[in-house]
Design a protein around this ligand. Structure first.
Ligand SMILES: Cc1ncc(COP(=O)(O)O)c(C=O)c1O
Length: 337
């Protein structure tokens, strides 16, 4: 029986994901690394539109959109955003129109990057794609688009980058409750959860959730943005907002936020050799696909932490697989070897 998580049960949620996602051993990778016992939480298997972490956030965001009478969802991200791909799939499933403000923030090119992977799927789900330069103000561009849709009589609902506001982050507070109960049912005692962190909502929800119901579990975010101070600040702010939305007692304990830097490389979306090595290792030892922008860098971080002796041999560490595999194809040449 999962521990109750404050006011979570009273907050509107629209089921979209295949839950609970599996919690499985990474036996061969664990043996090769010689560190703690490793498990993977398969949030790449949330089911909707090739899955990923955003589906959990969208359960709360889409419920809010429907409650507000929206007929259109607007969201934003990079050209290969996994978040907008899952948003487009959710909108299609719910019969809402979807308009996407995509900015060319990553200096990575080629036809597969511009037309394949996630952006190919956005269009397949029927979303209207608006491509902008990398320095475009996403919030202003979404507002301008919303205004023009309102003039046409439409009712848009705006979702920020990564689905990372307090509403979206509730999805990962719920995930903490799910994982805590699942681990207990499987007889596992988790020491830490390691995950990719970018817009911060995943780590915020997870950290607030575990702080409330299972405070012995450490949540370690791996910065993939190459802006660790900004990411950590976003995580703290969002976790505080989640804490309030859940009507939990006192204030969110900010000291729970741990963000590991050093694995993002030069910039968000640019490959690193450690990422490519981590992607190849998981593929070849576990038949497990990671992605080049998020979960591959997060796994490189986990491997680095194990090598640095951050865990003991009798710890159980969960790698939260947040999805992102459609981007494997646009980054083909970075992963060869
Ligand atoms: C595959 C994948 N993993 C991790 C993240 C990071 O999650 P968050 O933006 O909530 O920090 C994202 C966000 O876009 C993602 O697409």
């Amino acid at each position: 029986m999962p521990a109750p998580l404050g006011a979570l049960e009273n907050i509107p949620r629209h089921a979209l994901a295949h839950l609970p996602t599996p919690l499985e051993p990474l036996a061969r990778l664990g043996a090769a690394l010689g560190g703690p016992r490793l498990l993977v939480k398969r949030d790449d298997c949330t089911g909707l539109g090739l899955g990923g972490n955003k589906t959990r956030k969208l359960e709360f965001l889409m419920a809010e959109a429907l409650a507000r009478g929206a007929d259109t969802v607007i969201s934003t991200g990079g050209v290969q955003s996994n978040h907008v791909r899952q948003t487009a799939a959710a909108a299609a499933k719910l019969g809402l129109a979807c308009e996407l403000v995509l900015t060319r923030v990553v200096p990575w090119g080629g036809l597969d990057y511009e037309l394949g992977g996630n952006i190919q799927l956005d269009r397949l789900f029927g979303a209207k794609v608006h491509l902008h330069d990398g320095d475009t103000d996403r919030v202003a561009a979404m507002e301008a688009l919303a205004e023009s849709l309102r003039r046409d009589g439409r009712t848009p609902y705006l979702i920020p980058t990564g689905g990372s506001n307090a509403t979206g982050a509730l999805g990962y507070a719920a995930a903490a409750a799910e994982l805590s109960a699942q681990a207990a049912a499987q007889g596992e005692k988790i020491a830490a959860v390691v995950q990719a962190s970018s817009s911060g909502g995943t780590q915020a929800g997870l950290t607030a959730g575990f702080a409330a119901i299972d405070p012995a579990v450490r949540v370690i975010g791996i910065d993939v943005d190459a802006h660790p101070e900004a990411v950590a600040g976003d995580v703290r702010r969002l976790a505080g907002e989640v804490w309030e939305r859940l009507a939990l007692p006192g204030a969110f304990p900010e000291e729970k936020v741990t963000l590991q830097q050093g694995y993002a490389g030069e910039a968000y979306g640019l490959p690193t050799e450690a990422m490519a090595e981590a992607v190849r290792r998981c593929a070849r030892l576990e038949g497990l696909l990671l992605d080049p922008v998020y979960s591959g860098k997060a796994m490189a971080g986990l491997i680095g932490l194990i090598d640095a002796g951050a865990f003991s041999a009798d710890d159980t560490v969960v790698f939260l697989h947040t999805g992102g595999m459609p981007a494997l194809f646009p980054y083909r040449e970075a992963l060869e070897g």
